[in-house]
Design a protein around this ligand. Structure first.
Ligand code: PLP
Length: 382
């Protein structure tokens, strides 16, 4: 079934660090990698690695405990404080992943008297988190403000309303209209929650995320994000927002209460990544320039790239087979990209998703565009 449909997921084995250039296990030439969420290239940044080693030596491999029993070290409190400061929020709480942060928040916050309004294309972990809570559930059409308003009107009968959306959507590289969402939330007395996994560290003038980009840092109440993408790429997630909310999560959020503390080395990576980003936004700017280079050269070559100004650059191809044979042919030319087709994206909207990183060189970007042009011509996509 799945194998024949082309939806079977196999894993390529990497024999090197994560980075712009990789070696696959079993030999072969180096390939240029365009499918990691390593937007700022911090996964293998020498200072990030050194910080992790130092913290590992001092604080050990792990805690063998949840936070509230004997799993809280000074580094966990320091990182939470740093995350809150980065986002200009009151407090933050760490999780083993953003999947856990999303699994924990809705159930802890919402009762059967409340309502949650969720974009239909939200990440799987938000969908699962919402499934776990007993609030009334409304799903609005992707970024459709008329539909959101209609659902908000319907939801006025409930005690509390929470609008939940990805800040940036990972399949399309599009950005939620947060200004409009916050206006509607104000009009209909709702809270706003955003998942910033594909925004934290690089969107907005100082890389604070979608809320900074769209000028609504003071209007978004709750942010969940990951330490496993731009912020060093090791692992971990968090919620940041008002202190009473974070206090509540420490008491009630099940993935926090019943899962091991974040390993010290992982804390060390994220903490150093945040230091680097708070010192300077040069890395984020370098990524933005390369994103611009890729998007404009690909568009000039005749391709359609979905989204706008985001390092997720989906090359829209339509046909599932075309996306998969082109991705394979790209790898034959040393360019590692992945094709996505139904059911991951809608039928007839197959694509190859290219993700740009600050550590790609201009030559890497240009080689990718050249390969796309050759392969696109060969298979009739251009
Ligand atoms: N939310 C979004 C939008 C994501 O893309 C991901 C990525 O995997 C997650 C949540 C889960 O994050 P984590 O890998 O930290 O569990």
């Amino acid at each position: 079934g799945r194998r024949r449909c082309g939806t079977w997921k196999s894993e390529r084995v990497i024999a090197s660090r994560q980075g712009p250039h990789l070696r696959l296990a079993g030999g072969g030439a180096e390939i240029i990698n365009f499918c990691a969420n390593n937007y700022l290239g911090l996964s293998s940044h020498p200072e990030v690695i050194r910080a992790a080693v130092e913290v590992l030596e001092k604080f050990g491999a792990g805690l063998s405990s949840v936070r509230f029993i004997c799993g809280t070290q000074s580094i966990h409190k320091d990182l939470e404080e740093k995350i809150a400061r980065f986002h200009q929020r009151e407090d933050a709480i760490l999780y083993a992943s953003c999947f856990d942060a999303n699994a924990g928040i809705f159930e802890a916050l919402l009762t059967p008297e409340d309502a949650v309004l969720s974009d239909e294309l939200n990440h799987a972990s938000i969908i699962d988190g919402i499934r776990l809570c007993k609030a009334n559930k409304y799903r609005y059409k992707h970024m459709d403000m008329q539909d959101l308003e209609a659902k908000l009107k319907e939801a006025q009968k409930h005690r509390l309303r929470l609008v939940a959306t990805d800040g940036a959507f990972s399949m399309d590289g599009d950005i939620a209209p947060l200004r409009e969402i916050c206006q509607l939330a104000q009009k209909y007395d709702a809270l706003v929650f955003i998942d910033e996994c594909h925004a934290t560290g690089f969107l907005g003038p100082n890389g604070r995320g979608t809320d900074e980009l769209l000028g609504v840092m003071d209007k978004v109440t709750i942010i969940n994000s990951t330490l496993g993408k731009a912020l060093g790429g090791a692992a971990g997630g968090y919620t940041t927002g008002p202190k009473p909310l974070i206090d509540l999560l420490r008491q009630r959020s099940r993935p926090y209460l019943f899962s091991n503390s974040l390993p010290p080395a992982v804390v060390g990576c994220a903490s150093k990544a945040l230091d680097l980003l708070m010192e300077s936004n040069a890395i984020a700017q370098s990524m933005a320039a390369k994103t611009q280079r890729f998007r404009s050269k690909m568009t000039a070559a005749g391709f359609t790239i979905s989204g706008k100004d985001h390092p997720i650059c989906p090359v829209m191809l339509g046909d599932a087979r075309l996306a998969s044979v082109m991705a394979e042919d790209m790898l034959n030319r040393g360019i590692y990209v992945i094709g996505f087709s139904y059911p991951v994206v809608p039928k007839g909207k197959a694509r190859i998703r290219v993700q740009i990183s600050a550590v790609h060189s201009n030559e890497d970007i240009d080689r990718c565009v050249e390969a796309f042009t050759e392969v696109g011509r060969k298979h009739g996509a251009l």
